[in-house]
Design a protein around this ligand. Structure first.
Ligand code: GTP
Ligand code: MG
Length: 162
């Protein structure tokens, strides 16, 4: 399956790819410039992953990397409520692109190892995920640090392969 990982800066996209790619968790990850590409083998599934940068100047590139993938993974920092509104805006702007119609969407509420994080119900409300139609949409709360829920995330991604 080919997957694009997008979301605001510091939400944990590169951490996600590192953890599922090599099991490697680190506190210091450098902010991504443009994108990284990585191939990850899980059982008999190969995931081709575009890890795209989240800083504002890179967001106009998201659509290009999402075009033609089997799934879009949108990572949210579930502790950083001040950024939910921007995340909602960027997510809806992205998926409203005609070129991305119907592409399955997985929203990850990351950093749930931190006390006070927003749960799945809160994320669905804050990001208005219930307004998204015409594609499969799932939302999980997870942590790259503790690896909580990464098994179901991988299962979801593997089921997108053909
Ligand atoms: N506590 C905690 N910190 C996390 C988690 N995931 C990522 N981080 C931290 O969040 C910071 C940003 O992580 P990155 O993976 O670089 O974020 P990114 O989304 O790739 O950022 P850009 O490349 O700038 O778009 C790093 O300091 C990580 O260690 C998590 O699950 N829990
Ligand atoms: Mg990154």
């Amino acid at each position: 399956a080919e997957i694009a990982v997008v979301g605001l800066q510091a939400s944990g996209k590169t951490s996600f790819v590192n953890v599922i790619g090599s099991g490697q968790w680190s506190e210091d990850v450098v902010p991504t410039v443009a994108f990284n590409f990585r191939k990850v083998r899980k059982g008999n599934v190969v995931l081709k992953i575009w890890d795209v940068a989240g800083q504002p100047k890179f967001r106009s590139m998201w659509e290009r990397y999402c075009h033609g993938v089997d799934a879009i993974v949108f990572v949210v920092d579930s502790i950083d409520r001040d950024k939910f509104e921007t995340a909602r805006f960027e997510l809806h702007a992205l998926i409203s692109q005609p070129s991305l119609s119907g592409v399955p969407l997985l929203v990850l509420g990351n950093k749930n190892d931190i006390h006070g994080h927003t749960d799945v119900q809160g994320l669905i409300r804050a990001l208005q995920l219930d307004k998204i139609t015409g594609r499969p949409v799932s939302c999980y709360s997870c942590s790259m640090k503790s690896q909580h829920n990464l098994d179901i995330v991988l299962q979801w991604l593997s089921s997108r392969s053909h």
